[in-house]
Ligand binder design. Structure first.
Ligand SMILES: [Zn+2]
Length: 202
């Protein structure tokens, strides 16, 4: 499939919904590989990742979360998804204030300050916990054409970049917690997953 315009890639309406991999799948523990060739395949993956992020919905999605061990993540910390009911009470969604971002081969160059934010993850459904992160970061990355960019980020954008970048290192936010909290939450999460699995078989 040929993607013609930038608008086609940065879209909440076009693309394919990709299945999201959940913890503890092995691909989430792997160190992702750099993107070397910026071809149509990479553009299509970015488009599908953004589409999947908006439809799921989430504010960030890394390639390992859709089973691709590549150094790519997408995010949007600004948008609103407004739900309404159609004539035969089907759900419709309107998207406002879209600000889609794509980061390829990102490298966090500087980090300063500290902040705590309650994080969740599409690969750890139902789990939310406060995580310590750097307050301010600067990140270098490439776009879908392979051009270099640099961005300074604070607050939620900074937290989200750090969370997604961790996925490229095979790290989920559970591993950023204290030993006790991590053990407790991992057990709770795995128990929940087991229950879900069992009930889907019965
Ligand atoms: Zn995540």
């Amino acid at each position: 499939m040929e993607l013609e315009t930038k608008r086609d890639i940065y879209s909440h309406e076009k693309g394919d919904l990709l299945p999201i991999v959940t913890y503890p799948s092995p691909v989430l523990k792997k160190i992702a590989k750099p993107v070397k060739v910026f071809d149509e395949k990479i553009k299509k993956l970015c488009q599908d990742m953004l589409y999947t992020m908006y439809q799921t919905p989430g504010i960030g999605l890394a390639a390992p979360q859709v089973g691709q061990s590549l150094r790519i993540f997408v995010l949007d910390v600004d948008y609103n998804r407004v739900e309404s009911l159609g004539p035969s009470s089907e759900k419709n969604y309107k998207f406002e204030n879209l600000n889609p971002l794509i980061f390829i081969n990102p490298v966090i160059k500087s980090k300063e300050g500290q902040m705590t934010y309650e994080e969740g993850c599409l690969s750890l459904p139902g789990l939310y916990e406060e995580v310590n992160r750097f307050e301010k970061i600067s990140v270098e990355y490439q776009d879908v054409e392979g051009r270099n960019h640099k961005m300074d980020a604070t607050e939620l954008l900074s937290v989200c970049i750090q969370h997604e970048n961790d996925h490229l290192e095979g790290v989920v936010f559970l591993e950023r917690l204290s030993f006790l909290k991590r053990n407790f939450l991992t057990k709770k999460y795995l128990k929940g997953q087991k229950r879900k699995k069992n009930s889907s078989h019965s």
